[in-house]
Design a binder for this molecule. Structure first.
Ligand SMILES: [Zn+2]
Length: 354
C-alpha cells in the first residue's frame, strides 16, 4: 500500500500532561516515565526561578539528574542562541521551560534546534503556548510566531498557577475565546481559497472557547478550579493545533490584530488580553454575536476596551489597518484590509474605543 502524501498526517502531541495541585513534585517521576536521564537544563526567569525553577532543580537532582539553570529576561533569538550554547556546554540531555511564557517559548525553540526533548512547566496560564508547537519570539526586532516542537510533557501545578497575578489567567481566557473567530476565519478561507479545513480540530477549538464562555461567571482569582479549567482549555488548544498541523484553529484575524499591536503600540498589553479585544471586533466583522464575547470577557475581568488595555485609541485603529498584512498568506475576514473609516466604525460600535 502506498501512502497518499496529501492525506498522511503527522500529529505531534505531548505525551504526559499533569494538571493539578502540587504536581510540580512529580517532575522526577515524569522524567523517569519518559526515560529522560542525565543532564537537565532549566530555562527560567528571575521571578519564576523562586516560584518553581529552584524547586524543579532540587527535585531533578534528588531524582539523579544534574540540573543547570539559565536565567532569561527577553524572548529573542539571541537568547535562544545563548541557551543553545549553554546546553552544549553542559551536555544537556533535555530542557525544561519553567515560567509564564517567555521561558517556555525559549526552551521550545532552543530544544527544537538542538533536537532534544523539552518539558513545559507553566507558572501562569496566560496563553496557549504552554502546550503548543508554536513559539512567540522577537527576531530582528519584530515579534513573530515560529514553528517548533510540542513539549514532550506539560506539568501544570494549579497551586502555583492560581497564585499568579489574576491578570494572567484572564489573558489566558482571552486567548481561548479567540478560537471562535479563528475558526470562522478558517472556514472562510476554506470557502474562498479552498484551504484545507479540519472539522475535528475546529470542533475541539470551539469546545474549549465554549467552556470558558459558559463558565465565565465562575472564573475567579486564587481559585484552583478556575486555574484547572483554563489550563485544560489551553492544553486543548495545543492539541487542536497539533491535529490541524497549523495554528489555524486558534489563531485568526484577532491574533493578527494582536501581533500588529505588538509592533505598533508603545506599550502593548498581554497577548491574550489583546486577542480577547480583537475577538470582539472580528466577531462584529463576521456578523456574529460579539456582545456574547464582550460580556464573557467582562465577567472574567479581562480588558474589553482600549483604555483597559492601556493603549491609546489611535494605535487600535492603526493595528486594525495593518493586521491583514501581518501574515498575508493567512486569509481572514480582514481580506485585503479595512478602510480607515471601517476600522474606526468597528472599534466604535464594539465600544473598544469611545
Ligand atoms: Zn494566542
Amino acid at each position: 500500500m502506498t501512502i497518499d502524501k496529501n492525506s498522511a498526517k503527522w500529529m505531534q502531541l505531548p505525551r504526559d500532561v499533569l494538571i493539578g495541585h502540587g504536581v510540580l513534585e512529580e517532575v522526577g517521576y515524569v522524567c523517569r516515565d519518559l526515560k529522560l536521564k542525565g543532564n537537565a537544563l532549566i530555562i527560567t526567569g528571575s521571578t519564576t526561578k523562586d516560584i518553581a525553577g529552584k524547586r524543579v532543580s532540587n527535585l531533578l537532582e534528588s531524582a539523579g539528574s544534574s540540573a543547570e539553570t539559565v536565567l532569561t529576561c527577553k524572548a529573542t533569538m539571541e537568547e535562544v542562541e545563548k541557551i543553545m550554547e549553554k546546553a552544549l556546554e553542559v551536555e544537556a540531555n533535555f530542557l525544561l521551560g519553567v515560567g509564564s511564557g517567555r521561558s517556555i517559548d525559549l526552551a521550545k525553540l532552543a530544544s527544537t534546534r538542538l533536537e532534544l526533548p523539552f518539558i513545559s512547566v507553566p507558572t501562569a496560564a496566560s496563553h496557549d503556548g504552554i502546550a503548543s508547537s508554536r513559539a512567540s519570539i522577537v527576531d530582528n526586532g519584530r515579534s513573530t510566531s515560529a514553528q517548533a516542537q510540542a513539549p514532550i510533557a506539560v506539568i501544570a501545578d494549579t497551586e502555583i498557577i492560581s497564585a499568579a497575578p489574576f491578570r494572567f489567567l484572564a489573558a489566558g481566557c482571552g486567548d481561548i475565546i479567540s478560537n471562535y473567530t479563528a475558526v470562522l476565519d478558517w472556514e472562510l478561507a476554506s470557502r474562498i481559497r479552498n484551504e484545507y479545513f479540519g472539522e475535528y480540530a475546529a470542533a475541539i477549538s470551539r469546545m474549549a472557547a465554549r467552556v470558558i464562555i459558559d463558565y465565565a461567571d465562575s472564573i475567579k482569582p486564587e481559585h484552583e478550579i478556575s486555574a484547572r479549567l483554563v489550563v485544560k482549555a489551553l492544553v486543548s488548544n495545543g492539541i487542536a493545533m497539533s491535529i490541524a498541523g497549523s495554528s489555524r484553529p486558534a489563531s485568526g484575524s484577532e491574533h493578527m490584530f494582536s501581533h500588529a499591536l505588538d509592533r505598533i503600540a508603545p506599550k502593548p498589553a498581554l497577548h491574550g488580553e489583546q486577542c480577547g479585544v480583537g475577538t470582539i471586533m472580528m466577531m462584529y466583522l463576521h456578523g456574529g454575536n460579539w456582545q456574547e464575547i464582550r460580556d464573557a470577557l467582562k465577567k472574567i475581568g479581562a480588558p474589553v476596551t482600549a483604555e483597559e488595555l492601556g493603549i491609546e485609541d489611535k494605535y487600535i485603529i492603526e493595528a486594525l489597518l495593518h493586521a491583514h498584512s501581518i501574515r498575508p498568506e493567512r486569509y481572514t475576514i480582514l481580506g485585503s484590509g479595512l478602510t480607515p473609516s471601517a476600522a474606526e466604525k468597528v472599534a466604535r460600535i464594539t465600544k473598544v474605543i469611545s
